[in-house]
Ligand binder design. Sequence first.
Ligand SMILES: Nc1nc2c(ncn2[C@@H]2O[C@H](COP(=O)(O)OP(=O)(O)OP(=O)(O)O)[C@@H](O)[C@H]2O)c(=O)[nH]1
Ligand SMILES: [Mg+2]
Length: 633
Amino acid sequence: MNSLLIVYLPVYNIYLGIIAKNFPNIRKPLMQKIRNIAVIAHVDHGKTTLVDGLLEQSGTFGSHEQHDERAMDSNDIEKERGITILSKNTAIRYGDYKINIIDTPGHADFGGEVERVLKMVDGVLVLVDAYEGVMPQTKFVVKKMLALGKKPIVVINKIDKPSAEPDRVVDEMFDLFADMGATDEQQDFPIIYAAARDGIAKLDMDEEGGDFKCIFDTIIESVPEPEGDASNSLQAQVFTLDYDNYVGKIGISRIFNGTVKKGDNVMLAKADGEMVKGKISKLIGFHGLNRMEIDEAEAGDIVAFAGMETVDVGDTVADANNPVALDPMHIEEPTLTVVFAVNDSPLAGQEGKHVTSNKIRERLEFEMRTNVAMRLDTIGEGKFKVSGRGELQITVLAENMRREGFEFSISRPEVIVKEVEGVKCEPFEHLVIDVPEELGGTVIERLGKRKAEMKSMLPMGQGFQRIEFEIPARALIGFRGQFLTDTKGEGVMNHSFLEFRPFSGGVESRSYGALVSMTDGETLAFSLFGIQDRGVLYIGVQTKVYEGMIIGEHSRSNDLVVNPIKGKAQSNVRSSGADEAIKLVPHRVMSLERALEWIEDDELLEVTPENIRIRKKFLTENERKRHSRKQPK
Ligand SMILES: Nc1nc2c(ncn2[C@@H]2O[C@H](COP(=O)(O)OP(=O)(O)OP(=O)(O)O)[C@@H](O)[C@H]2O)c(=O)[nH]1
Ligand SMILES: [Mg+2]
């Protein structure tokens, strides 16, 4: 298993070689001088950018230290997509205070991360975009934070935007807190106005300029100091796992009680009650983007332990002689599943390095060890049901796997249906769309067919309208592509898990059929030219295709079998006059997410390091006919 770990685990900025002497500031902080905060918000409201500013303006980045924008988004997919996927922690020094900061992901699919992180901190910075205001994930994280009794500081961010309306957004936040049952103390939150990207923050909108000093001071004043006692028996809880090629598995943990030293023998109290002996081979502290070995840490702090290969998220690292487990962590249950399977297309095995059932299983099992929000069930030879919180979470896993050289197929996402008190229930989502006013009607009609219930409709200024719905998660699968087409890319949609509710019956699915290749070979411009009028092509010329592979979307509701490799010589198409110039409309490139949302039950995605192909499960028309007779849709 060790070799597996080394191959698959992403390694973040770990510089264990940099020892404390390079950081004269790094000494064990007094507990009263520690503040632990998480930065939470809806996706893209500026959390990671704000953390950049906190690192920068506290002087934590050394003067010659080079760093990227949004430095905490350190893995490849995070950088490419500009979103945070994994929560990550850092620490800064401000005066004689140490502030541990955890940056969290804002995308709804990673909401489970946020909930775990919230248990580790004493206060939060809740960011909200000064124009967008309260969005679905703002509601989700505020609800969780309030329920856990955390002390909030509200940051109205992006006040530089010309469309910003900070006063309206402050009102929205007050209303949200009240609706979500904030205590009087929580409702009395400090407000900071910021343009995080420009390093500006202030307590009063009318102030000129302003820097992050007010953020640091507000954190120190209003976030409670950690509770617990350094002289009690050790109790630390692991909230994130990491891996380093040299030291192995690393558990990033908050120490709630006691003191821990490098080399200590400890007891690992697992969620199921099992106690496993362990030894802290290395104790790792955080400072900015660096990690360094430390000798000792105390209650109140956030540190990382190496040396325990069996460590899992939620485990308590406890005193070896008096092990007392902390409350296990509540892990949000998955709402969506897809089936990962061995690729059995005619092109199987040509592009991937890892293609066998064993390899795929090992990789998925490995993912489950570090990614607590996902589940895995083997459902047949070479078939694995992977459950998670949403399509993005699943596509990030698939994307990582193809980059590691895996080849496999994935099926259409299905929501998880469960029985609650004898009633069949399915996940519902809170959906917010912002659309140009003239398109509101079209979108409402579309969503009506998908069993969405409209909750409110408000003008947003600049000719936009905000419409909120509650909708079965099932009905949202495949909706995004339609929505983008309907709103010509101008609409914005956001959704976040609400709750399980009674099953709502059939919903409308994809309204168009597929253009399916009837044969194997390489596509030719001549034949694609003939097909492009029948719909939208997903592939271009000189692309390998096979019988049953989907090459585009038909403009009608039925599937159309076509021949994309036919050359001119064999054609009986009458050519008018001389050679007509063949002009192909650029094909639509389907991303993994878009393709995953698009496919129907009788279709699959073939994912390889080089290609994402869409195909029919049954490749020949005969097989498809036979199967559809057996199982009417
Ligand atoms: N105009 C403006 N843009 C900002 C500001 N702060 C951040 N942004 C931009 O907003 C976008 C999102 O910023 P991030 O810091 O990645 O947002 P995030 O909340 O960490 O996003 P997730 O982690 O994916 O939820 C980036 O393009 C930033 O440059 C700001 O103060 N003003
Ligand atoms: Mg981020």
